[in-house]
Write a protein that binds this ligand. Sequence first.
Ligand code: AR6
Length: 178
Amino acid sequence: MERMVGKTKLSVIQGDITLQETEAIVNAANTSLLGGGGVDGAIHRAGGAKILEECKEISARQGGCPTGEAVITSGGNLKAGYVIHTVGPVWSGGSRKEEELLRNAYYNSLRIAKENEVASVSFPSISTGAYRFPIDCAARIAITTVKEFIQEHSFTEIRFVLFSAGDLKVYEDALTQS
Ligand code: AR6
């Protein structure tokens, strides 16, 4: 499914984010930036050691990445030239500013993309795996935050890449309702 938002194509597809040819892909990392499971593990496996080396340098310099913030590395062996590593919140019932922190993760990823003149970005469903954020709410936040940002700053494409058919449907519904 795709929609034009101003000059930007906003698309929602099912697939593997490590295979996307957008200029950047976003990683759902943790505050250590030192890798993990899920999409983080898949990106480091596919992208090779260079990405982890750059993450370690950033970590040594600034002590990791706080929740809601984002950093950028090269894409190593990936088709994408860059990986934007952001840290979504761990869901703990909704009273620990989880919604605001998830919004920040999307916003700061797009901000850092723009700062690096990246024209196209693929996002996974941040926080809805190991971090257990309810996906209906997460999808609504993801879509609305991206739409608001791209109304102000255009890209050629922003793509949401969902791993399962069920997750794809949730994001398609969120886009339809937005
Ligand atoms: N392509 C697209 N989506 C994927 C892929 C892939 N190759 N692999 C998994 N997903 P998660 P989180 C989906 O757990 O909830 C890590 O250990 C997955 O099905 O990767 O933000 C980090 O180091 C789910 O829908 O990220 C952190 O410690 C979505 O990606 C922690 O997990 C996000 O699931 C972050 O947890």
